[in-house]
Design a protein around this ligand. Structure first.
Ligand SMILES: Nc1ncnc2c1ncn2[C@@H]1O[C@H](COP(=O)(O)OP(=O)(O)OP(=O)(O)O)[C@@H](O)[C@H]1O
Ligand SMILES: [Mg+2]
Length: 349
């Protein structure tokens, strides 16, 4: 253990911590912090049967839903697991190259800490570790995503105190109870921001015969998404453009925030249910701590308006949102790499 920690502090190596998320990938470089934050999207072009990477990250996300037949915008991680390992590897390589820039040759190969969902199988973990190795890492360490989220949110994970983190990402929601550098309980629900987007797409299709893309649904969710019906029963009005399913032409409709709350009720209900199950399965001493410490929300889904209030009402516990929910996992992974106090949370397999 001592030997690898000292290697982490070796001068000049560009050691990295990577939050390889379903929706976004963030890279934290030792002593520099978060230097890259881009969508986990790869655009693949096929010419004469040969595939090649056309764009990665921001550039590729802009192409989503707008590509000609020869180009496909792919999200290699779906529902919190690797859906396409080769493309995931290409994406990791691309981001590492981007972070290193021209300096690659001056530095020894980096050591990389990469986070994995707590519910991932050993096969999935090996795939992620191999992808990072193939991308040029000299050594790869893994950290469980809820642990990283909790460290990034400044929760007391090293102390003998129970605390609960709920990380609502694009693909999964991870609920975990932490104490003494370990996960005392963890559950993962395959519901997150993506399922909310899908719920908006299907609501608009069912109630208005209007077809909208995922990117449009995501924009509506971020701008108007609410966890429960607004106090006046209506909220703001939202104009939505898409394609009419009956006659095929573009059209615009108006819905309300209350409609969005209705659309989101199923995915949000599944998240609340996950929290309830975790609370039911938490040992009494730790449960008592959570009554004092409360629940901390991280991940992009924590930004849905009113979700904290809703969870507070449903559980009767204090609920807070981490300072920068979208960065928590990357920050925590970086801190676990840099600070010896977190020794023990990094795994080699
Ligand atoms: N302001 C916002 N309101 C609601 N949702 C948001 C907001 N900002 C981002 N999101 C959503 O958060 C999700 C991305 O969150 P995050 O980056 O934490 O996921 P991830 O780490 O990539 O996914 P996972 O942890 O499941 O692998 C997306 O679904 C995005 O639409
Ligand atoms: Mg995440």
């Amino acid at each position: 253990m001592a030997s690898f920690m000292s290697r982490f502090f070796k001068f000049g190596s560009q050691n990295m911590a990577i939050d390889l998320g379903t929706a976004n990938t963030l890279v934290y470089v030792q002593d520099r912090g978060i230097v890259l934050n881009e969508p986990s999207v790869v655009a693949i072009e096929t010419i004469n049967g040969i595939k090649r990477v056309k764009a990665v990250g921001d550039d590729a996300k802009m192409m989503m839903g707008k590509t000609p037949d020869s180009i496909e915008a792919i999200r290699p991680l779906r529902d919190g697991v690797i859906a396409d390992i080769e493309i995931a590897e290409e994406m990791i390589k691309h981001f590492i190259r981007k972070v290193n820039g021209k300096r690659t040759s001056m530095f020894s190969p980096p050591e990389i800490v990469i986070c994995v969902p707590s519910g991932s199988t050993s096969v999935e973990r090996r795939a992620i570790r191999d992808a990072a190795s193939n991308a040029g890492a000299s050594q790869v360490y893994l950290i469980l995503e809820p642990m990283a989220a909790a460290i990034g949110a400044d929760m007391p994970v090293t102390e003998p105190v129970g605390s609960m983190v709920v990380d609502i990402g694009g693909g999964t929601t991870e609920v975990a109870v932490l104490s003494l550098r370990g996960l005392a309980y963890t559950t993962s629900v395959r519901v997150g921001g993506d399922k909310m987007d899908e719920a908006i797409v299907s609501y608009v299709r069912r109630h208005h015969n209007l077809l909208i893309g995922e990117a449009t649904a995501e924009r509506i969710k971020k701008d108007y998404g609410v966890a429960s019906v607004p106090l006046d029963g209506i909220g703001e009005s939202i104009q939505i453009k898409g394609r009419d399913l009956v006659n095929g032409v573009p059209k615009e409709i108006t819905i309300t925030q209350a409609n969005i709350a209705e659309a989101l009720s199923e995915p949000i209900g599944a998240i609340i249910e996950g929290v309830r199950i975790a609370l039911e399965n938490t040992a009494p001493e730790l449960a008592a701590d959570i009554v004092d410490q409360g629940i901390v929300l991280t991940g992009g889904g924590a930004l849905i308006k009113g979700l904290d209030d809703y969870l507070r009402e449903e559980t009767g516990l204090p609920v807070s949102i981490a300072e920068d929910p979208l960065s928590c996992v990357a920050l925590g992974t970086g801190r676990a790499m840099e600070d010896p106090i977190y020794r023990g949370v990094l795994m080699t397999a």
